[in-house]
Design a protein around this ligand. Structure first.
Ligand code: NDP
Length: 329
């Protein structure tokens, strides 16, 4: 038997979430690697699944948890053997395939990547999909030719998981980062992560003109909606905006003006199905480039049972940084 969070759909469509004991036979059969999970985390998507706020779960019952780190217990996959240390991010785990907010999982070996030696399982989950996505955004800015000499980089949703780690990465790479937040009380925290300047998200979250004063060489946006539209409208000629999230909304109330009159590039970032080579490159960078002291200041440790209490706070945008789940606590 092992502990897991189990989600069931109630007759009225709401989600029932409980910590339960499961047996291996209850794990999905479509997987060639059985793993022990040491740490998981709550990302925004996990909070949506646990609270039932959005139809993230596509199969019931479901163990949530899109991220996991731990050890291989048994494998019939050629690349994995007992004792190997792994990281799992995405691939529909915790949505359509039972996930990692549990002490055990059966996964596909093709989904796993080796945990870099420089980081522990706990650190890997402090980074999690949020940090790996922040790195995909930072890499995309570089690929599009945004350099530290190009000008300021705007990070929206700055006090959240993606935002906080994007600040840590981009400031370490020498960029001047401007953090947009709804929590101005966190200005000191955001500056300690590496933000050169902190602005009130109210400056960006209301409907705005299609073209505005040019401010940003690059943008990491995890918020969507008007925030993304205004960020695009304020991006300099030839600048790049990376869009990865929808904390404000899924809509994009913009026009083509920034694209056709300023050559602004809008790059979509999808961590869930990102190709293996890109994942390996992102985790290699994360293991080398993340300031571990800063990472520890943005991380809180919680237990499986705590996930049920904290998930609504994640949806309400009340969490600063990252929640790491010790599934054995
Ligand atoms: P968090 O909940 O940790 O952070 C989201 C932040 O967005 C909040 O802390 C808050 O920051 C801001 N925010 C919340 N509500 C609003 C609002 N109504 N209007 C404007 N800003 C708001 O989430 P994550 O950082 O983990 O994820 C952020 C987004 O990125 C989510 O939508 C998530 O689904 C998406 N995502 C997408 C991935 C992909 O592969 N494309 C992978 C990972 C995440 P503040 O108070 O500082 O403004």
């Amino acid at each position: 038997m092992f502990s897991a969070i189990l989600l069931n759909k109630n007759a009225d469509g709401t989600t029932d979430a409980q910590v339960v004991q499961l047996e291996d036979v209850q794990l999905p059969s479509d997987g060639d690697v059985v793993v022990r999970i040491d740490y998981s985390t709550i990302n925004y998507k996990d909070a949506l699944a646990v609270t039932g706020k959005s139809p993230v779960v596509r199969k019931w019952p479901m163990v949530p948890g899109i991220d996991g780190a731990g050890e291989v217990l048994a494998s019939s996959h050629a690349d994995w053997k007992t004792g190997d240390q792994f990281i799992l991010n995405g691939y529909g785990v915790g949505e359509a395939h039972m996930g990692c907010l549990a002490q055990r999982a059966r996964l596909k070996g093709d989904w796993l990547i080796p945990r870099p030696l420089a980081i522990s399982a706990r650190t890997a989950m402090a980074i999690g999909t949020a940090g790996y996505t922040a790195m995909l955004c930072a890499m995309a800015l570089e690929e599009q030719g945004v350099t530290k000499e190009s000008g300021d980089i705007l990070v929206t949703g700055a006090s959240g998981g993606v935002g906080s780690i994007a600040i840590v990465i981009l400031s370490a790479w020498g960029y001047r980062v401007v953090a947009s937040t709804g929590k101005l009380s966190e200005t000191g925290y955001l500056k300690s992560l590496g933000a050169a300047e902190v602005i009130d998200r109210n400056e960006l979250s209301a409907p705005g003109k299609p073209l505005q004063k040019e401010r940003w060489a690059g943008v990491v946006d995890s918020v969507g909606s008007h925030m993304l539209a205004n960020a695009v409208a304020q991006t300099r000629c030839g600048g790049t905006v990376t869009a990865c999230g929808l904390a404000q909304g899924m809509d994009f109330p913009s026009t083509v003006a920034p694209f056709i009159l300023r050559g602004v590039k809008l790059i979509g970032i999808d961590s869930v199905m990102a190709p293996r080579a890109k994942r390996l490159a992102a985790w290699d960078h994360l293991a080398r480039d993340i300031d571990m002291e800063k990472l520890s200041t943005i991380t809180q440790g919680i237990s499986l049972a705590d996930v049920l209490l904290r998930a609504p706070d994640v949806i309400a945008g009340k969490i600063r940084g990252r929640l790491v789940v010790d599934v054995n606590a």
